[in-house]
Design a protein around this ligand. Structure first.
Ligand code: GLN
Length: 289
């Protein structure tokens, strides 16, 4: 039998294929994919570089590389993504957690510094749960409601709640803010409302990176013709959902903070100056009731 390619050869082949697909950081991604395919750490891969890879690893690597060449997000291929130092399971049913959204967690911790408060938290469009479940970890006496229109997303959020040890404090429910009466079913009021709603203008989705445009759930991206539809719905409900003195913290896209602030001000909430992410983009609008 002819020996198959070595681990190093698989890495090289993958890096070449990823480069041809227009991907950056190809050596890094190739190592992650090979580690995943082989069930080996990066250190083990280096140590075994010149060994021939078993046939099943070679086959798995070809499959994973093909998925990445079609610009499937790494997080979906690996099945997980780190957020706020915590590991979240992800699938194509949920938006991939992004470092930008950690800005919202920072804002919450600044505005509500008392960690032992039994806060009641609501996450609209909970997705993987990265916002709600991280907050439940940071506020050990808090309870939360996470709503999503996608049952598949909620299943992922439920798994993450279990993995992070906060399932007993999280109620995850399918509902849809486009349906009448949705606010009555949540069991409010809440001290803190958080949301990373869909905020991409419908007509610009197709021009986003292929990872986003072709693979992430449209429900989590499409903010309507001007990208602001979800904020209007959330803001309209906010005064009834949030206690007096409570907060609404929403993530937005580049250039949207002024409009989002205006939308929350128009329902009688008091928006603070937007909080910037690490790239300097005004990312989070916090409004007090
Ligand atoms: N942050 C996502 C992006 O960069 C959009 C997520 C959203 O619409 N909430 O494309």
């Amino acid at each position: 039998m002819v020996a198959g390619p070595t681990y190093d050869a698989l890495l090289r082949d993958t890096a070449v294929a990823l480069t041809a697909a227009g991907i950056d950081n190809v050596r890094f991604e190739a190592r992650l994919l090979l580690g995943h395919a082989a069930g080996l750490s990066i250190e083990q891969l280096v140590a075994r570089g010149r060994d021939p890879a078993p046939a099943d690893v070679t086959a798995a690597m070809r499959e994973l590389t093909g998925r990445r060449v079609r610009r499937e997000p790494m997080a979906y291929i690996l099945g997980e993504r780190e957020f706020w130092g915590l590991l979240f399971k992800v699938s194509p049913a949920v938006l991939v957690p992004r470092p930008d959204s950690e800005t919202l967690i920072e804002a919450a911790l600044d505005l509500l510094p008392e960690r032992e408060r039994p806060l009641r938290i609501l996450d609209l469009g909970v997705g993987s749960g990265c916002l709600l479940l991280t907050l439940l970890r940071e506020y050990p006496k808090a309870t939360g409601v996470g709503v999503d229109a996608s049952p598949e997303a909620l299943a992922i959020a439920g798994e993450n709640a279990g993995m992070l040890g906060v399932a007993s404090r999280a109620r995850l429910m399918v509902d849809d803010w486009r349906q009448a009466g949705w606010t009555d079913r949540l069991g409010g009021p809440f001290d803190l409302l958080v949301s990373n709603p869909p905020y991409i203008e419908t007509s610009t989705i197709a021009a986003l990176m292929p990872e986003v445009a072709n693979h992430e759930p449209r429900l989590a991206l499409d903010g309507g013709p001007d990208g602001l539809e979800a904020y209007r719905i959330i803001a309209a409900a906010a005064p009834t959902l949030i206690t007096a003195g409570g907060w609404a913290l929403v993530e937005g896209g580049e250039g949207q903070a002024i409009d989002i602030s205006g939308i929350f001000a128009s329902v009688g909430m008091s928006p603070l100056a937007p909080r910037k992410d690490l790239a300097g983009v005004e990312r989070v609008v916090a409004s007090q009731h």
